[in-house]
Design a protein around this ligand. Sequence first.
Ligand code: SIN
Length: 298
Amino acid sequence: MISIRRTNAPLGAEIQGIDLTGELDDAILAAIVDAWHEHEVIFFRGQTLSPEQHVCLSRRLGELELHVRSEFAKPGHPEIFVVSNMLENGKPIGASDAGATWHSDSCCRREPSSGSLLYARQVPRRDGKMLGDTLFSSMTAAYEALPDEMKMRLRGLRCVNSIDNGYTRVRRNVLDENQRSRVPGHGADVEHPVVRVHPHTGRKCIYVNESYTTHIVGLSADDSRALLDILTAHVTQPQFVYRHNWQVGDLLMWDNCSTQHKAMFDYAPLHRLMERTTLQGILPLSDVEHEPAMAGQV
Ligand code: SIN
């Protein structure tokens, strides 16, 4: 029997009563997807997933992206992106810096990811406390909390997301040619709506983030920077955030349209090992495209 327990935050729910290693029938899967759209982040504790089961579950939800950093794909499983600070034979087995700043996965693709599924294999623990939490912020709650004048100001605006910006900001280097060749569009900057409409719920979501968004189209550099600073500070305020404290065996799914996330790096030299699959998405629809009849109104 499936049960859904909301967190105290405006997003996030634990789904209980499901063993994800089993064959999920269509009705259960539909209930999970509905809960995911409603709560934006959902998680299942105590799962013992093999890499094959993780990929198989993810594929029931859509086509999978291959991560640009293929050097961190799980051996034998190109769809699994390893996030870890662990070394094997002196070499990193995963990306040790993933999630260092607020972002939404693959927002620098023309068709950004719809969602990601992260599975916790090893979680650092100190003095009985699990470390390496992940913060998730609700972009629907953040949009709804904006004053009407700001909603009006954002209406129809477009922004530019740049993979190079993310790389320079987080890793202090640019994408190399090999990595660039794996990104659709060869890693060129992409334009997206500042406010996009969720393809399933129809809710409006703020779609700029501190990692990848470089500027807002059509504004002067100063106005664009000022507006981005206001928005990136607004969307990550604690009242919009759910903080996930991981346990080994957690499978957590987040929506890349209605949320942004950021990982906490509070555990070195302890080890953390997470594995992620990433679902392909579709071209984002703007607030104006979604409601042409409402143009000019909030
Ligand atoms: C990510 O951004 O995909 C990684 C999140 C995490 O490690 O908590």
